[in-house]
Design a protein around this ligand. Sequence first.
Ligand SMILES: Cc1ncc(COP(=O)(O)O)c(C=O)c1O
Length: 409
Amino acid sequence: MDLQERLDEIASLGLSRRMRLVTGPQGPRVVLDGRPVLLLCSNNYLGLADHPRVREAAAEASMRWGVGAGASRLVSGTMTVHRRLEESLAAFKGTESALLFGSGYLANLGVVAALAGEGDVVFSDELNHASIIDGCRLARARTAVYRHNDVEHLTWLIEQTGARSGVVVTDGVFSMDGDVAPLAELLDVAHANGLRMVVDEAHGTGCVGPGGRGAVADTGLEGDVDVVVGTLGKALGSYGAFAACNAKTAEYLTNTARSLIFSTALPPPVVAGAVAALELLIEQPRRVEKLQANAGALRDELAREGFDVAGSTTQIVPLIVGDATTAMAICEAAIEGGVFAQAIRPPTVPEGTSRLRLAVMASHTKAELRDAARTIGRAAMTAGFRPATAAPMAAAQQATDEWPAIRAA
Ligand SMILES: Cc1ncc(COP(=O)(O)O)c(C=O)c1O
């Protein structure tokens, strides 16, 4: 493959990516490529990444245990600080056990592939995160992709495939849409058909549900879902991930999840930072309330600007534009106006559904959010996009209808 040719092709589709330079921590305001902006696309939802107690815990841990864990947890890497965080996470999620992974990507890869063996079927929502899709690819099972949040389609696919064992896997809060999966219905269908259920709470943990315990807890399903994956790098302000499940499943994953077995354990400072962040989340539930109130305020302000925020009910608010080049133009114009909300384009989202993905933080003020909505409204005008006349969901629907219902792994 000619790399330059491929890069040129990506550019011609308006899909080139580059990394922007942020000076300072992931606070509500940052300096982006030298320009001060409001940061409206970070997953540091609760502002814990640079909280003094989290910083101190990480700094102390590096003095006490060093920076690296030295090996895979099964070789030499399980340290007391790992065990402590696992116990706290299991208590927080209401499960018997929790098992740390190197990242959310690695957790989904490991969990899905471990639970879905030869002869099984993985049923996966079409808008699931890429790490789940890659977990399906790594699994020896077949994959059946059901329409977004469509329980009827899932039921039909289960009948069509004749699956007797396997997994239903879904994001709890969808990372690019901010809507919530119908977890109770999905779980009913999964368990009625002898399938396990995996819910990725990367964006639910710390953000939705009672005390930020996630969408699963919000639906009253704590302890019922077979595996809940959560991440430590978003609301919990650190890095890494975990699978919360019963003790038997944890033992099984310890023996079979390749991304756990064959990867170095999380660094002690990162783990200690997450311990401190979790303590803060539990001690100060008002952070979650503030986040949810801020999310509601931003959605209202955007509606006032004529934007349709699709089905978002959470801190993730998509402004679906459709065309990738226009989405990028709005993003650049918003940065000029002092607001950074990254444009998200295929393959992260389906063709024809490029968007600005806004992510609210508890540390934003209502005034900042109001001004940001106005800035984005002006940026849309500058880019020639008329929010009120656009039909974002129609574009999204068309794109998803074209997706294959059943994919070979
Ligand atoms: C839904 C979802 N799952 C998993 C991940 C991966 O988590 P991590 O960033 O810890 O690898 C992400 C990250 O963006 C995500 O949005």
